[in-house]
Design a protein around this ligand. Structure first.
Ligand code: PEP
Ligand code: MN
Length: 263
C-alpha cells in the first residue's frame, strides 16, 4: 500500500489547514518537550508569525535515561493544545504507549511515532485504527524497507494519512548525534507516494548544522521540516544542543518564503 506502484500520485496529508505533500514545503516547529504554559504560548505565537504551520512539543518523552526529564504527561498535552489554539496552529505530539493513545487523540491533531517505537507493531496497529494523521519517524537502525513496512502496518489498518520522517540513523561517527540520511529522502520519494518530512535537529544533534542540512533535505525532495526551537536553548530540559533560538528560525523562514514556501 505504501509503494508508488500501488498509487502513482503523491499522497497529501491534511492536518487542520496544513497540507503536507502539497506544492509548498511545510515547517513544523517547537520545543523538544513542553516545559510550561507561558513558554509554549509565547513561542507558539512567535512561530505562527514566522510562517510555521504546525506546533510540536513532547509531553511523553522517550528519554535514554530514566533519570532525565520525562515530560509533563497529561499536563503537557493540555498546554500544547492550548498554545496551538491561541496561536491558531494544529499540534503534533508523540505517543509512546498505547495506553496514552486516546488521551493524546483528545489534544493533538497529528500523532508522532518516535524512532524508538517505529517497530512497536501493537502501537502501529492501534494508531492505524484511530484514523488520525500520523508522523512515523524512522527507527535509528531501520532500513528503508523496515521503515516502509512499519508504515504499511498503519495503512493496512485503514489509515492512509501517514507522513514519513527521516531523523537520522546510527553510525560510527560521534561528532554528530546521528547521521542524517539524505539518500533516504530521495529514495523514499521514489519508492513511495507518502509525504516525507526531514528532522535535521535529531539528524545532526548540533544547532549549527540544522539549517544547512534542512536546506539539503528540501533540495533532495523533502515535503517539509520538523525543527526543534527553544527560547533559551541552553536552559532546555531536553535536546538544548540541537535546538534553534527563535531568531535563527525567523531568518530561515524568510529565506524559505523568498523561495516560495512557508506560508
Ligand atoms: C523528538 O521528536 O523529540 C524525538 C524524541 O525524536 P526521535 O523519536 O526521532 O528521537
Ligand atoms: Mn527531541
Amino acid at each position: 500500500l505504501v509503494s508508488r506502484e500501488s498509487k502513482p500520485d503523491n499522497t497529501v496529508v491534511q492536518v487542520g489547514d496544513c497540507l503536507i505533500g502539497g506544492k509548498t514545503p511545510v515547517v513544523i516547529a517547537g520545543p523538544c518537550a513542553v516545559e510550561n504554559e507561558e513558554m509554549m504560548v509565547n513561542l507558539a505565537c512567535r512561530l505562527k508569525r514566522m510562517g510555521v504551520r504546525m506546533l510540536r512539543g513532547g509531553a511523553y518523552k522517550p528519554r535514554t535515561s530514566p533519570y532525565s526529564f520525562q515530560g509533563l504527561g497529561a499536563d503537557g498535552l493540555r498546554i500544547l493544545a492550548e498554545a496551538g489554539r491561541v496561536a491558531g496552529m494544529p499540534v503534533i505530539t508523540e505517543v509512546t504507549d498505547v495506553r496514552h493513545l486516546s488521551e493524546v487523540c483528545r489534544y493533538a491533531h497529528m500523532i508522532q511515532i518516535g524512532s524508538r517505537n517505529m517497530q512497536n507493531f501493537g502501537l502501529l496497529k492501534e494508531v492505524g485504527r484511530v484514523g488520525y494523521p500520523v508522523l512515523l519517524k524512522r527507527g535509528f537502525s531501520a532500513t528503508l524497507e523496515e521503515w516502509l513496512l512499519a508504515a504499511e502496518y498503519i495503512l493496512a489498518e485503514g489509515n492512509q494519512q501517514v507522513v514519513l520522517c527521516e531523523r537520522g540513523i546510527r553510525g560510527f561517527e560521534t561528532y554528530t548525534r546521528n547521521i542524517f540520511d539524505i539518500n533516504a529522502v530521495a529514495a523514499v520519494k521514489n519508492i513511495s507516494h507518502l509525504p516525507l518530512i526531514a528532522d535535521p535537529s535529531h539528524g545532526t544533534g548540533r544547532r549549527e548544522l540544522v539549517l544547512p542540512v534542512a536546506r539539503a533535505a528540501l533540495a533532495a525532495g523533502a515535503d517539509g521540516l520538523m525543527l526543534e526551537v527553544h527560547p533559551a536553548p541552553e536552559h532546555a530540559l531536553s535536546d538544548g544542543p540541537q535546538s534553534l533560538p527563535p531568531g535563527d528560525l525567523a531568518v530561515f523562514m524568510e529565506e524559505l518564503s523568498g523561495a516560495g514556501a512557508g506560508r
